[in-house]
Design a protein around this ligand. Structure first.
Ligand code: GZL
Length: 335
């Protein structure tokens, strides 16, 4: 996975070692468009994780509308959260000789073989949203996406504010709803949250139970119900995304407890339904993770096609929101 250390070295390495962008496949379609480059319409193959959450829906909409705006021919595939479907889609894009391949990898491992096939055919690969672990930095050009470890740190820091505002006294017993097992956001959000816990809350915070809810509402509801059975004294929920938090709220209320009061909730994403739950007092704070990556992605695709060197990690800008900001923020939320 990407970190600041390999940020710069890889950027130079990729541009020099592979020259991928310079030899990106010429588009074989006859139509022309305003998409620059050799005047040919750029064909982009995009493999999406699935449609598991409100965040994912907003991300898909952003990619599709930005590709249309850019005048690209978009080949879009929904993997239904299965890595084998993403690998098949990437192979299909290679066979179709697309100009650039972009994808949001459902998990971090298992990509080297198919990315080597793309490299062999000189088709540049751009990661969006999530990163991968790979033995060869030249297998992808850049990542357009958030710093999930920092999102985990921000979640812990905003939990401090939530506890103070709630006048919480005594030990903090945390239930953690993890994202999809093996996915970069799940691994890194847990890591960032634990960093702050270990540094500043060794004596008063404890994650008493932690399990994946697979980033879905159904998963959050089911796992939270089990948590409440095994750990009735939970007083904080840290959910890796809003959809799992919203599902968990249903189980908390079914157990006769008040979400946002009996169990304080911190979540990540910032989708509209998360803000609605926050405005109803059921979620106490949200760390934003911006899904509107489409425009940045299309800019990068153009640069890669034109042989320009791009940064190794193009991060998205994000904010954090406390409950009392929700009502004012809702009307201007874009997703
Ligand atoms: C984060 C993204 C995660 C969201 C979830 O960038 O990969 O996947 O936090 C989504 O809502 O399912």
């Amino acid at each position: 996975m990407l970190n600041r250390r390999n940020f710069l070295t890889a950027a130079v390495g990729v541009a020099a070692a592979t020259g991928l962008a310079a030899c990106a496949k010429e588009d074989d379609s006859s139509s022309t468009s305003s998409s620059g480059g050799g005047g040919k319409k750029i064909t982009l193959g995009f493999s999406q994780v699935g449609s598991e959450s409100g965040w994912r829906t907003a991300n898909t909409d952003s990619v599709k509308s930005a590709a249309k705006e850019a005048g690209y021919s978009l080949k879009f595939s929904d993997a239904q959260q299965k890595q084998e479907n993403q690998i098949s889609a990437i192979r299909s894009f290679i066979a179709q000789k697309v100009d650039v391949i972009a994808f949001s990898p459902v998990v971090v491992t298992g990509w080297d073989a198919v990315l080597k096939e793309a490299k062999a055919k000189k088709i540049p690969v751009v990661l969006t949203d999530r990163s991968v672990e790979t033995s060869d930095d030249s297998l992808f050009v850049t990542l357009v996406g958030s710093d999930f470890t920092d999102e985990g740190r921000r979640a812990a820091k905003i939990l401090e504010k939530v506890l103070e505002k709630a006048g919480h006294k005594g030990n903090v017993k945390i239930a953690q709803l993890e994202g999809t097992t093996g996915a970069a956001p799940a691994i890194e959000r847990a890591k960032g949250f634990k960093e702050v816990m270990d540094a500043d809350h060794k004596d008063d915070w404890k994650i008493v139970v932690s399990q994946t809810g697979d980033f879905t509402r159904a998963g959050g509801k089911q796992v939270m119900a089990a948590f409440l059975q095994s750990n009735p004294d939970i007083n904080v929920l840290f959910a890796h995304n809003d959809d799992m938090a919203i599902g968990a709220i249903q189980s908390i209320e079914a157990a006769g407890k008040k979400p946002g009061k009996d169990i304080l909730i911190v979540s990540i994403d910032g989708v509209k339904d998360g803000f609605v739950a926050m405005s109803e007092g059921k979620i106490n704070a949200i760390v934003e993770c911006n899904p509107l990556l489409g425009p940045q992605l299309m800019e990068v695709v153009q640069k890669v096609k034109d042989g320009e060197t791009v940064e190794r990690w193009i991060k998205t800008k994000e904010s954090d929101f406390m409950q009392d900001q929700a009502k004012d923020a809702l009307p201007t939320r874009k997703y």
